[in-house]
Design a binder for this molecule. Structure first.
Ligand code: SF4
Length: 150
């Protein structure tokens, strides 16, 4: 079962979408300089059960367009259930992962995917030198340009 340490509504992490975002506890990658190292321990936080997510989707009905999971790919079966619930509510879905790719089973349930570890010397999506990629999986288009300051 996945657990989360933070739940918030975000506007910039997924361009053009109002997203309900969950920071999933237990990221195993240990990137140096991680901005959310407090969330590394998997046994902390609250349970992100399908029942809990459905309650939140009902509460935010008409107010959000997307559900964003900041991690969770290390428990793909649990994440797939949550993605399918989100899609059933006619919402887009996004995963932020530090991996370079995730399984086809996850990708077919995702609208957007952010890949790549945090490398402080390269910067995040708002850096022109980033190693990270934000992709619209419906088209395969890289949307990194939307994160760069105009
Ligand atoms: S992938 Fe993200 S959450 Fe995980 S250690 Fe790296 S920066 Fe932190």
């Amino acid at each position: 079962m996945l657990k989360f340490t933070d739940e918030q509504i975000v506007f910039q992490e997924v361009p053009g979408e109002v997203s309900l975002a969950f920071t999933i506890a237990g990221c195993p990658l240990g990137c140096k300089g991680c901005h959310s190292s407090y969330s590394w321990r998997a046994d902390q936080g609250s349970a992100l059960t399908p029942h809990y997510l459905q309650q939140r989707l009902d509460s935010y009905k008409g107010l959000i367009n997307c559900v964003l999971f900041l991690g969770g790919e290390w428990q793909p079966d649990a994440l797939i259930v949550l993605l399918e619930l989100s899609r059933s509510a006619n919402l887009n879905t996004c995963l932020y992962t530090g991996l370079d790719d995730v399984s086809p089973a996850l990708k077919q349930r995702l609208t957007y995917l952010k890949t790549g570890r945090w490398r402080p010397e390269r910067g995040g999506l708002d850096s022109p030198h980033t190693n990270q990629t934000f992709t619209d999986l419906r088209t395969g288009q890289c949307l990194n340009y939307l994160f760069l300051a105009q």
